[in-house]
Design a protein around this ligand. Sequence first.
Ligand code: UDX
Ligand code: UDX
Length: 469
Amino acid sequence: MNIPEIRKICCIGAGYVGGPTMAVMAQKCPHIRVVVVDVNEHKIAQWNDTNLDNLPVYEPGLKEVVKEARGRNLFFSTDMDAEIDNADMVFISVNTPTKTYGKGKGMAADLKYVELSARKIAEVATSDKIVVEKSTIPIRTAQAVRKILSNTGNGVNFQILSNPEFLAEGTAVNDLYNPDRVLIGGEESEDGKKAMEALASVYNNWIPKERILQTNIWSSELSKLVANAFLAQRISSINAISALCEKTEADVDEVAKAIGMDTRIGAKFLRSSVGFGGSCFQKDILNLVYISRFYGLDEVAYYWEGVLDINDYQKNRFADSIIIKLNNTLSDKKIAFLGWAFKKDTNDSRESAAIYVADRLMEDKGTIAVYDPKVSEKRMHDDINYLNTRDKEENDKLLQYYPDPYEAMKDAYAIAVLTEWDEFLDYDWQKVYDNMIKPAYIFDGRNILNHDKLRKIGFNVQGIGKKNK
Ligand code: UDX
Ligand code: UDX
């Protein structure tokens, strides 16, 4: 196979991963032409919008990167066929949601978009290419992609690499600039090694060699799932302890600090919360559970499933504590939500705890008034309608979007903090209190507010893993 120095890159999928990753790659490699393609024309138009506030992905620092590289060597296009064929290297960065039908429903990843992308590459390629899987996928997907690409019969050769993304949303640009490691998995043949080297040399434009790790393709695919499972497991561990703290005199933040100072444990990812969300943790653990079961490893499957069980428990526990405090009746009561995104500094709300907490409160007929600085009204309604718990009209009535936080909290019986946005700290809490129904409750699902100060104003405050004083 002819593996040239990489000059032209195409990425299929202009989402939360493909967009920022390619923007940074183009910024750091001005000699490489990077084109991001997507089936969604509207999204491509947003990426090309002259007003950089209209980019489809919100990430701190992303605007500046796009501003520098777009039109120079970074392009967003819908001309998928031509751009794929023109590239030396094609990234697949399409979404891989959990299957909602058939075998593996609710557990396995739906690979139809990855497969579609592979078929598209097979159909249009007239020259040899390196195909890089960026999407998070269950292990052995490379095999499936290879099968499709090796059966084109048109004499074109492909090398398939796995290059999982470890960026976290909200800090994507920084994570892409300074990753702890870049992982590249490839075939253990001469051509496989050359392909891995070609991709490594792209990253080497801004990342030191010692942080670029090369493994076999299966290790690379599995490592992505395992990394996310381990991170999520830490959150579920501390969240399990938060329930115990609420029953005793212990304080979860003090416990987290005390154990985190043990260097063997480490301080990161020990923030107790209303539960983790995001497009990856739940999906990747479900994948791990699914493949473990597939191979007859039931104990392994149960072990990792426990991480998800605690996460569901945490979301339900939070919702239930609100219902109980409001005398088991939410009918005609307004409950203000601060935050809808699954974490701060992103407009992404996939699998956000807020969705599930809202749904449970709406089952009790509570009216939810949501303010989030970045998530759109449409997205919020799509999230709740997707659950199919009740009809759309009922959802529209019970879930209300507010562009102004003070309006959302006015006349509310309770406030629930679902996302840790910094701006919540600086609100005029006295003013908020004055405009609420008394007794005024705050349920701080992120433990970010100053509870003592709020109690002095008159609020009744309940944090996660804190004794309700
Ligand atoms: C990423 C990863 O790729 C996914 O595997 C991971 O688990 C979550 O993060 P992400 O970039 O967040 O996905 O997904 P999304 O923002 O939905 O973007 C995917 C894009 O691919 C969409 O814009 C979609 O229109 C596009 N797409 C999808 C195609 O261009 N072609 C397809 O066939 C399917
Ligand atoms: C995660 C991984 O961190 C990243 O490496 C991978 O590429 C994709 O999945 P992401 O989902 O974007 O990234 O965000 P992350 O920062 O990991 O947060 C996930 C969820 O866990 C959020 O809901 C967050 O609020 C929650 N969380 C995180 C906690 O509740 N407590 C913590 O201590 C840390």
